[in-house]
Design a protein around this ligand. Structure first.
Ligand code: CDP
Length: 223
């Protein structure tokens, strides 16, 4: 049977950086489910889909195919066969992904894809609902969080390094909005699973958090 690790938490908690490093050190496949929601977000933006209309959303989703692949161990996400791994990393796509992720039709489209990978492989999967909905039987669940200020500063540095200009205040506001949407939606809201280990990364380095997760994983694998 495969060993599954679920990492959930709000935007900017450092999940993807930490999850990627921990997965590599453990020899697990890293699955970034946020990238799949972002790919759908990009597809919907390109089509100019009105999310308020169920009909328009369903018609657009019927035309959107999301795929995952790996190049040199790095996850690649495909939208109708096009590698969109870099194109999805903008605030605009992130905001559309977050709005689209509140819709059950969008979540249903990705659920089986995510579960199928976890059945076949040892995975470290990160997202919002992995421990609660997608992999409720995961052998290790982590809820990774940090203060809004810390998360906004990290996201600001990440976007500035890529040459995108946003104010820190704007990013903090986006993070608050996104937290609210993720935590209050009706389907699969972001929340800590009862059996998840809480890790607050506000005052921890990436290395410290990664080591903590590896240590917890090794304990569970041996136990
Ligand atoms: O990079 P960031 O943490 O902001 O977000 P992400 O992990 O790339 O995911 C983009 C958006 O997809 C999030 O804001 C969530 O609303 C949504 N998402 C979700 O609903 N469920 C998941 N398992 C992963 C992402």
């Amino acid at each position: 049977m495969s060993f599954n690790i679920a990492i959930d938490g709000p935007a900017g908690a450092g999940k993807s950086t930490i999850a990627r490093a921990a997965a590599q050190e453990l020899g697990f496949l890293y699955v970034d489910t946020g990238a799949m929601y972002r790919a759908i977000g990009l597809g919907l933006l390109r089509k100019g889909t009105d999310l308020a209309s169920d009909g328009a959303l369903e018609a657009a989703l019927a035309d959107i195919e999301v795929g995952l692949g790996y190049e040199d161990g790095a996850q690649q996400v495909y939208l109708n066969g096009e590698n969109v791994s870099s194109l999805i990393r903008t605030e605009q796509v992130g905001n559309m992904a977050s709005s689209a992720a509140a819709r059950p039709q969008v979540r249903a489209k990705l659920t089986e894809l995510q579960r199928g990978i976890a059945r076949r492989e040892n995975v470290l999967m990160d997202g919002r609902d992995i421990g609660t909905v997608i992999l409720p039987e995961a052998q290790l669940k982590i809820y990774l969080t940090a203060s809004v200020e810390t998360r906004a500063m990290r996201r600001y540095q990440e976007l500035t390094a890529k040459g995108e200009t946003y104010s820190l205040e704007q990013i903090a506001e986006d993070i608050r909005d996104r937290d609210y949407r993720d935590m209050h939606r009706e389907v699969a809201p972001l929340c800590q699973a009862e059996d998840a280990v809480l890790v607050d990364s506000s005052d921890m380095t990436i290395r410290e958090v990664t080591d903590r997760i590896i240590c917890l994983a090794k304990e569970r694998m041996e136990g």
